[in-house]
Design a protein around this ligand. Structure first.
Ligand code: ADP
Length: 193
């Protein structure tokens, strides 16, 4: 298996690039944000609880997202590999992911991080809010909270993978194809490694 984490702050382009990566490499896309939004759309108890936090720009508890990822891994035993998007967002989530993958006899091959300036993030998210229908994109305060959560809890997850020499950075500004090509270069280096 080849298992990849696409990493970066809210608005860094993970969703856009994920679509292209899974198509090219045949990976199964696991986005905790997408799974949570589908729980909200189906008005499940989990979705209703998560929505309260998401609308404030706060993270959903670790045990909730870890449970979701664990079920998704179980449900896709035939996958050639996984692309994790929006997960892990805390060190506890990273540790849990390692354990889950180890039980399946596999591991994370690489974390690729998209580098985007804060001004650009704010611009992209407010712009996405005009069309996405996502309540967490339409309010500047909520976006600021998401970026603050990223800085205080998520940015350190990069250090976790640096320790294992699995961390790679790609410039997240430029055209979608330029960024995609830079990501593919990193992926293929790791696939050949
Ligand atoms: P973005 O990267 O644009 O913030 P996501 O779709 O990844 O969008 O996440 C939206 C929201 O869902 C987050 O602000 C957070 O509340 C919640 N969420 C998603 N993934 C996680 C996670 N791994 N841990 C905790 N909360 C999460």
């Amino acid at each position: 298996m080849f298992n990849l984490i696409l990493f970066g702050p809210p608005g860094s382009g993970k969703g856009t690039q994920s679509e292209k990566i899974i198509e090219k490499y045949g990976l199964k896309h696991l986005s905790t944000g997408d799974i949570l939004r589908s729980e909200i759309a189906r008005q499940t108890p989990l979705g209703m609880e998560a929505k309260k936090l998401m609308d404030k720009g706060q993270l959903v508890p670790d045990e909730v997202v870890i449970g979701m990822i664990s079920s998704s891994i179980e449900a896709n035993t035939q996958a050639r590999g996984f692309l994790f998007d929006g997960f892990p967002r805390t060190v506890a989530q990273a540790e849990a992911l390692d354990k889950l993958l180890k039980l399946k006899g596999t591991q994370i091959n690489a974390m690729i991080s998209l580098l985007v300036t804060e001004e650009e993030l704010m611009k992209r998210l407010l712009n996405r809010g005009l069309t996405s229908g996502r309540s967490d994109d339409s309010n500047e305060e909520v976006i600021k909270n998401r970026i603050a959560e990223y800085k205080s809890k998520t940015a350190v997850v990069a250090d976790y993978y640096k320790k294992f020499d699995k961390f790679f950075e790609v410039k997240g500004e430029g055209s979608i194809d330029e960024i995609f090509n830079a990501i593919c270069k990193e992926i293929e280096k790791e696939m050949d490694a």
